[in-house]
Design a binder for this molecule. Structure first.
Ligand code: FAD
Ligand code: NAI
Length: 475
């Protein structure tokens, strides 16, 4: 006998659990299936984001930043901190506690919203007159039926061909978040978001870190001026980033790992390290979904094919988050989840892909929304640019962190904001104002005329907006 629901969500990451909550709010009878297990084999909803992504990486970034400040910045404030030590087991334990708080929070939200949670793997059994049958396999076998299915099965780390993750020496994001002792030498392949965030964590804790990047440009998707400023800061910190390399043979042994590569000049090189983190992107995950049983269409990368509104090729089957096209970001997955639940309810759910913010949580933080200067140039847009350095911001001076700038790009004729790019302290929080402004189609002058609290980092945003019209007040 199968249990019948209005909506079954497969996957309990940010895409899935948020879709389930929104669907329940709209009055549907909802089930959510998620297979993630904690160390004790119990349920751990929240997906990659909660278990081995956004949340644990930010916990370690915070701990390592405190350590870095105690070692290198407290003295500026007249604080003596000698013999500063880091207890890695405790730091990892704290991170695990933060993860568990989030897992428990989601289980509580399921209860609060009367969502039936199944801990196990969900897979398509067959299409039936009343929708689809979904088989749940786990501690308990269940058969569910629903007319509406939302697939939110996320993504997995991409391995280098011939070098599988062993999570001991060759680490994905999973192993990178639970290294038991500071590696003397750490190599990362890929200087994207994970490479920079995880490289920063272990460098701050004392590792000699080298990141090998295949592309000749650093952070090609980021505004060039911002990427250049960030690179300068990383170089100063001693985070070694080699661009334009071609990774060759990777050998692991009891002692660690050896990575052969050709550098940008074409010279053969090799690096020995205790650990290797491979952060070369992620692949959509449909393992175990049994997509074939119902003819769910996948593309050549294994992503579920969807239209702009997350509809798959099957009536009543939707897909959201990392398993479909678009940026692999938790907030993008959440917005798609909400929009799909609203569409199922006959409402007009909407996701504006032009205003999805990006944040890299390094120090300095890098955050942006909208188009970069190189993108505007490439499409021949007439634009004006304005920048303001944190060096000239009172709050940044008081904080002792004046690295970086805020940059505004606005339409030359209408003054509409086309992109905002930030490298500097708390860029992750500052970017929200730019997102709101762009959602409301604000002009640079709108931001320039809004009263911003003094002293605050957000004054740099106002000043960058003023800079578009060449009338900064404090620089
Ligand atoms: P996921 O979070 O991957 O969740 C999918 C869930 O479905 C998992 O729990 C999985 O076990 C489950 N599942 C899969 N198949 C089945 C099945 N057949 N049956 C049952 N369950 C199944 N994004 C940000 O926006 N900000 C960040 O700071 C950030 N930091 C990150 C740091 C790291 C190290 C990594 C790896 C990623 C980070 N991301 C970040 C990306 C973010 O984690 C993802 O974009 C987000 O988790 C995608 O959400 P999702 O719901 O699509 O998939
Ligand atoms: P990424 O796409 O950000 O970066 C991968 C990097 O590896 C690229 O620079 C690429 O050129 C390089 N690369 C690819 N193949 C290579 C090879 N063979 N040799 C050398 N370099 C190679 O992917 P990453 O860092 O793995 O992260 C995956 C995704 O997770 C991100 O794209 C992002 O969507 C998400 N994420 C988001 C975070 C955030 O929002 N703060 C934090 C961490 C991850």
């Amino acid at each position: 006998m199968s249990q019948t629901f209005d909506v079954v969500v497969i996957g309990g990451g940010p895409g899935g659990y948020i879709a389930a909550i929104r669907a329940a709010q709209l009055g549907f009878k909802v089930a959510c299936i998620d297979e993630w297990q904690n160390a004790a084999g119990g349920p751990a909803p929240g997906g990659t984001c909660t278990n081995v992504g956004c949340i644990p990486s930010k916990a370690l970034l915070q701990s390592s930043e405190h350590f870095d400040h105690a070692n290198h910045h407290f003295a500026d404030h007249g604080i003596t901190a000698t013999n500063v030590k880091i207890d890695i087991a405790k730091m990892i334990g704290r991170k695990d506690t933060v993860v568990k708080q989030n897992n428990d929070g989601i289980l509580y939200l399921f209860k609060k919203n009367k969502i039936t949670f199944f801990h196990g793997r969900g897979s398509f059994a067959k299409a039936v007159e009343t929708g689809y049958e979904i088989q749940v396999t786990g501690a308990k076998e269940e058969l569910l039926t629903a007319r509406q299915i939302i697939v939110a099965t996320g993504s997995n780390a991409r391995a280098l061909p011939g070098t599988p993750f062993d999570e001991e020496t060759v680490l994905s994001n999973d192993g990178a978040l639970r290294i038991g002792a500071v590696p003397k030498k750490l190599v990362l392949i890929g200087s994207g978001v994970i490479g920079l965030e995880m490289g920063s964590v272990w460098r701050r804790l004392g590792s000699d870190v080298t990141i090998l990047e295949g592309l000749p440009t650093f952070l090609g998707a980021v505004d060039e001026q911002i990427a250049k400023e960030a690179k300068k800061a990383f170089d100063k910190q001693g985070l070694k980033i080699e661009l334009g390399v071609k990774v060759g043979e990777i050998k692991t042994s009891k002692k660690g790992v050896s990575v052969a590569y050709t550098n940008a000049k074409g010279e053969a090189q090799s690096l020995d390290a205790d650990k290797l983190i491979v952060s070369i992107g992620r692949v959509p995950n449909t393992i175990g979904l049994n997509a074939e049983a119902v003819g769910l269409q996948l593309d050549e990368r294994g992503a579920i094919v969807v239209d702009a509104e997350c509809r798959t090729n099957l009536k009543g089957v939707w897909a959201v988050g990392d398993v479909v096209r678009g940026p692999m970001l938790a907030h993008k997955a959440e917005e798609e989840g909400v929009a799909v639940a609203e569409r199922i309810a006959g409402q007009h759910g909407h996701v504006n892909f032009n205003t999805i913010p990006w944040v890299i949580y390094t120090s300095p933080e890098i955050a942006w929304v909208g188009e970069t200067e190189q993108q505007l140039k490439a499409r021949g847009a007439a634009y004006k640019a304005g920048t303001f350095p944190f060096l000239a911001n009172g709050r940044a001076r008081a904080l002792g962190d004046t690295t970086g700038m805020v940059k505004f790009l606005a339409d030359a004729t209408t003054d509409e904001i086309l992109g905002v790019h930030i490298v500097g302290p708390m860029a992750s929080e500052l970017i929200a104002e730019a997102v709101v402004a762009m959602e409301f189609k604000a002009s640079a002058e709108d931001i320039a005329r809004i009263c911003h609290a003094h002293p605050s980092l957000s004054e740099a945003t106002k000043e960058a907006a003023l800079a578009v019209d060449k009338r900064t007040l404090n620089f």
